[in-house]
Each structure stands twice: as structure tokens, then as C-alpha cells.
Design a binder for this molecule. Structure first.
Ligand code: ATP
Ligand code: MG
Length: 299
């Protein structure tokens, strides 16, 4: 059986819970949203972070952000914190997850990722067990409402594993034709493995809502024609010099510029995301269990 077959089997089995993954009783409590894109540099990390902050601030939800872009993890940099540890220290050095997770504004927690490591490979049973126990402990103690996974870009297997293990996927795109075609590539690949996955889009760095709706309409038409799939439009974030300033200041735009248009747009998105609360959520450890069960994080 090749990797694609394994992935299909994993996906076919997901709903039935017959892949040997222990589904915990906490299943319905945590909503896991993966944020991804076809093309890099479209604003995934800034949106993951600021949406997480907006959901915590305006919707009073407990949010955990997981930096799962193992190539260029940078949520901590955008937040201006310097974590002592990252996710690899939990897995390889058995550092308790409580010591690894850092707290940002509005009580948002961040599990820092690893930079410059393309993949975390070949986890032993002991490493997995420790890691999953830590996740369960964390969930038991803190009961996060929403976990936002900031993934890398593209259709690589590491990214796909995370997307397929989440409850839903947000694809961030811009109005550039390359972003549009690369977004379609991600949605198509995801669709081949799980045609039921809920996919929505956020149009970032656009000049107007009209431009965002046009991009959405083009993508929806292609998805509808070739995949018979509906994708949801969540909204847009304008191209914003204020956001760029916040990046340079290493402070989230929502914190440093709460009254900027871009912050209002992000809060509007946060409200919409929270208002569409899907059923059938996974627990945190089940998410990782699925992500690691067949592939061990590797490409
Ligand atoms: N709404 C926006 N307006 C203006 N510039 C933006 C906006 N969103 C993102 N950017 C710019 O794009 C850059 C990349 O953003 P970000 O790091 O969030 O993208 P990414 O998709 O996570 O990138 P990567 O694929 O490398 O992980 C930011 O540093 C910022 O300069
Ligand atoms: Mg990023």
C-alpha cells in the first residue's frame, strides 16, 4: 500500500473511528481549524495569530495557536515573544507542554513551532505516548475552545496530514492569479483524500470587498465545475500598511492598532468563524494521533 492509499484509508475511516484512534469524551469541546494556502507569503501566520487574538478578545473563547509550519515557524516572532522551548522539546526532550506553551495577549496560548526543520520524523512509541499524554493533560486542565493550526503552504504531505486531521480548513489567498491557481491545487489535493472536508477561504491583501468576492467566485466556479465542491466565503482583509507596521514592530496588529480598519476586518471574520460552529469536533490529542498515526509527521 503506498502513502496515498494509506491516507485515503485513514480518511475513509475517520468518521467511523475504526482506525484504532481512541476518541476521547472531550471530542465535542475543541474545534480545530487549520489555516493554509497554496502559495507562501499570503498572510497565513498573521491571520492565524490575529484571528486567534480576535476570537479570544471579542468572542471570549479560549484559543490555542499551534505553529505547525516546521520550515519557517514564526508566530512567536510576530508576537514578539522569545520562547525557551518549542514543540520538538516536548517530543524529543520530554519537556512538559505547560513549560513550552507561551501566553500572548488576551490569554491566547501559543505552542511554538520549530524553525529550519523541514519535518519531525520517526517518532518512537515512547515519544508519541508522552506527547499525547501531555496534550490530554493540557486539554483536561485548560479546555481550549478553538485550536488554530498555522501550517506551511502547498500540497506536501506534512501539510496535508495536518489539514486532514483538522475539523475544517481555511485557505488564505490573495487576488494574484498564482495564488488562485495554487489555492485550487490545495483544495483539489485535499478533496482527493477527503471530499467531505469543510473548506472556507479568506481573501487577504485585497483592495476591496468586490475584489475579494471576485476571487472567491472564480475559485468557487472551478471547484464546483471540476470537484463538485462548495467552498465557503468567510470574508476579506484589506491590503494594509498598518499590518506591515505591526509586523515590523513585532506586535500583533490587533493589539497595537485595535482601531485600524484591518483590525475591524479581522474581528468581523472572528465573529463569523465563531458563529459557524460545526459538529463532530476532535480532541487535541486525537488530532495529533491522526496526524502521526500513519506517517509519523514525515514527508
Ligand atoms: N493584509 C495585509 N496587508 C498588507 N500586507 C500583508 C497583509 N497580510 C500579510 N501581509 C504581508 O505579507 C507578509 C507575509 O505574511 P505572513 O508571514 O503572515 O504570510 P504566510 O502566508 O504565513 O507566509 P509563509 O508562507 O512564509 O508562512 C507579512 O510580513 C506582511 O508584510
Ligand atoms: Mg507563515
Amino acid at each position: 500500500m503506498d502513502q496515498a492509499d494509506s491516507l485515503r484509508q485513514l480518511v475513509r475511516s475517520q468518521g467511523r473511528n475504526d482506525v484504532g484512534v481512541v476518541v476521547s469524551k472531550k471530542e465535542a469541546n475543541t474545534r480545530i481549524i487549520a489555516v493554509t494556502s497554496g502559495k507562501g507569503g499570503v498572510g497565513k501566520s498573521n491571520l492565524s495569530l490575529n484571528l486567534g487574538l480576535a476570537i479570544a478578545k471579542s468572542q471570549a473563547k479560549k484559543v490555542l495557536i499551534l505553529d505547525a509550519d516546521f520550515g519557517t515557524a514564526n508566530v512567536d516572532i510576530l508576537m514578539g515573544v522569545f520562547p525557551k522551548y518549542n514543540i520538538s522539546n516536548v517530543i524529543y526532550d520530554q519537556i512538559p507542554i505547560e513549560e513550552v506553551i507561551v501566553e500572548g495577549p488576551y490569554g491566547v496560548k501559543v505552542l511554538p513551532g520549530v524553525s529550519g526543520v523541514a519535518q519531525l520524523t520517526s517518532l518512537t512509541e515512547n515519544q508519541k505516548q508522552f506527547f499525547f499524554e501531555q496534550l490530554e493533560l493540557y486539554q483536561d486542565k485548560h479546555h481550549p475552545d478553538i485550536i488554530i493550526i498555522d501550517t506551511g503552504a502547498g500540497v506536501g504531505n506534512t501539510v496535508m496530514n495536518f489539514l486532514l486531521s483538522a475539523d475544517e480548513v481555511i485557505v488564505v489567498l490573495t487576488a494574484e492569479p498564482t495564488s488562485l491557481s495554487d489555492s485550487y491545487a490545495v483544495i483539489k489535493t485535499l478533496h482527493q483524500y477527503n471530499s467531505e472536508m469543510k473548506v472556507s477561504i479568506i481573501a487577504n491583501m485585497v483592495n476591496s470587498e468586490n475584489e475579494a468576492l471576485k476571487v472567491y467566485s472564480l475559485l468557487q466556479n472551478v471547484c464546483s465545475k471540476f470537484l463538485a465542491k462548495s467552498i465557503e466565503y468567510l470574508g476579506h482583509v484589506s491590503a494594509s500598511k498598518t499590518l506591515c507596521s505591526a509586523v515590523r514592530e513585532q506586535r500583533p496588529v490587533l493589539v497595537n492598532y485595535p482601531n485600524a480598519t484591518v483590525s475591524y476586518e479581522i474581528i468581523k471574520l472572528a465573529k463569523k468563524i465563531v458563529s459557524i460552529d460545526p459538529a463532530g469536533k476532535k480532541s487535541f490529542s486525537n488530532f495529533f494521533s491522526l496526524a502521526t498515526k500513519y506517517f509519523g509527521w514525515n514527508d
